[in-house]
Design a protein around this ligand. Structure first.
Ligand SMILES: [Zn+2]
Length: 467
């Protein structure tokens, strides 16, 4: 394949369409001069015969994909035709790019493929193709248009902390299709009011399709789910319950630590080795020398020492582990019985650190039990996917140096995290850029006059304008 063949294939041209092609390399850019084969055209207005009027005075420039690291431009010597019957004049058909654009289809396509990856920022894409950031944003806004997507059958609702949230909240609300692992919607606020307004607008028939909703423990999610999805089962995400439980346990651990004498064995153990109580470790590891106790210890020694520190800590730990075991191993059939047993154990323990957690168990009992239902692929109902999506969204926000434009973020995020969202190359450009404040009337002299602090700039400016 010659280099010319290579170029023509990337431009979607056939060899027999090209009359002449030659490359000019200058400093760090490549110009590809192209003339297409002279076709006979019929007049687009009257269908009459046309004759060639020669080339346009100015060749058409199209920026195309960088070639070998050089910015490449197509210089197209475009023919002009005139109708012999009606005199209508028109240009040769354009295979390179949209009219009125300065980029080829192949560049625009590649640009959108790059936009699909969350790790690419507008700036990195702009640099890659020698465009400005605002051009990349303009194309992104114009070609990626994301309407409301259909509600999934197994819906996960979650939130994302962001300063883009609107109406006084500090969280965005995220809808995820738990089955197909896709992001389906981002709302600018997670309040009951905004959720209701959004869901009200969706036809009932569609809402009836939603069978399962997994949520974290945010009250409005349950309220709106039960109200607007008449056929749904609401399950609370088990991960959030356990997280809450661990926080309660940690509170006790930290309280005990703060009461211990600084640098005492109790303080040392609670400060340095609490991870042994947080999650599952292989405790029977090879003993290592411990410089605090001046002897060889393995994890099990430390673990036993920790639990021996205080009866409350021991009890709290066992309760926590009991719940974690329940969470992992209970089934749809025995979960209710086991739940009741655990609930009573928590109540009897009388530990102050679990007061809130007992309240949580009472308040969310049906939803916790629902999470043991396994309607899909033997997986428990959970928000795990929503959490994963959440993480990817956060990375999208991080690489983009913190988005501030919600509409643009929504479109980009859905485009990145839902492969059912497509793009279309249109020649109509639209922008999601927000309207800034209008620039005020500015009069240099007014500032010079405003030495007197009582004489505000505003009044002086007004005065000048009136004159
Ligand atoms: Zn004509």
């Amino acid at each position: 394949m010659t280099i010319q063949d290579f170029i023509t294939t990337t431009l979607n041209l056939k060899q027999d369409q090209i009359q002449n092609i030659h490359l000019i390399k200058s400093h760090n850019s490549l110009e590809i001069h192209i003339t297409l084969v002279n076709k006979s055209y019929t007049c687009p207005r009257c269908g009459g015969k046309c004759k060639n009027k020669g080339f346009n005075n100015h060749p058409r420039h199209y920026q195309t994909l960088p070639f070998a690291g050089m910015s490449s431009t197509i210089v197209w010597h475009r023919r002009r035709f005139v109708c012999s019957d009606c005199g209508h004049s028109f240009s040769e058909e354009n295979p390179f790019g949209p009219e009125n654009f300065h980029q080829t289809y192949s560049l625009l396509n590649q640009l959108l493929i790059d936009l699909r990856r969350p790790e690419n920022t507008y700036l990195s894409i702009a640099r890659k193709y020698n465009l400005s950031v605002s051009t990349v944003q303009l194309y992104s806004d114009s070609f990626i248009h994301v309407p409301r997507l259909t509600l999934p059958e197994n819906l996960g609702i979650d939130e994302l902390s962001s300063r883009m949230s609107k109406y006084g909240g500090s969280y965005l609300c995220i809808f995820v299709d738990n089955d197909n692992r896709l992001l389906t919607e981002i709302l600018p606020n997670r309040s009951k009011h905004s959720l209701s307004r959004y869901l009200e607008a969706i036809p009932l028939a569609e809402r009836k399709h939603v069978r399962f909703v997994t949520i974290d423990m945010w009250e409005p999610y349950r309220d709106v789910s039960l109200k607007y999805f008449p056929n749904c089962i609401v399950a609370v995400d088990p991960f959030h319950v356990v997280k809450n439980l661990c926080q309660c346990f940690n509170r006790l651990r930290i309280d005990l630590m703060n009461q211990a004498v600084y640098d005492s064995p109790a303080y040392y153990l609670l400060k340095q080795w609490h991870k042994l109580l947080d999650s599952d470790y292989n405790l029977d590891n090879e003993p290592k020398y411990n410089s605090f106790f001046r002897r060889k210890l393995n994890y099990r020694d430390l673990y036993n020492m920790l639990l021996a520190l205080h009866p409350d800590l021991r009890l709290a730990y066992h309760l926590k582990e009991m719940y974690r075991d329940f969470n992992r191993n209970a089934t749809e059939d025995d979960c209710e019985e086991r739940f009741q047993h655990i609930y009573e154990a928590f109540c009897e323990s009388n530990l102050y650190c679990y007061t809130d957690f007992i309240g949580l168990l009472e308040h969310w009992k049906p939803e916790i039990l629902n999470s043991f239902k396994r309607p899909y692929e033997n997986r428990k109902l959970s928000n795990a996917l929503a959490e994963n999506t959440n993480m990817r969204l956060r990375s999208l926000m991080t690489v983009s140096n913190g988005y501030s434009n919600f509409e643009r973020f929504r479109a980009r995020a859905l485009f990145c995290l839902n492969n059912h969202v497509y793009y279309s190359l249109t020649s109509r450009l639209t922008t999601l850029k927000r309207q800034g404040k209008k620039r005020g009337s500015y009069n240099k002299q007014s500032y010079l006059l405003s030495d007197d602090p009582n004489n505000s700039i505003d009044t002086i400016t007004d005065h000048f304008i009136e004159e």
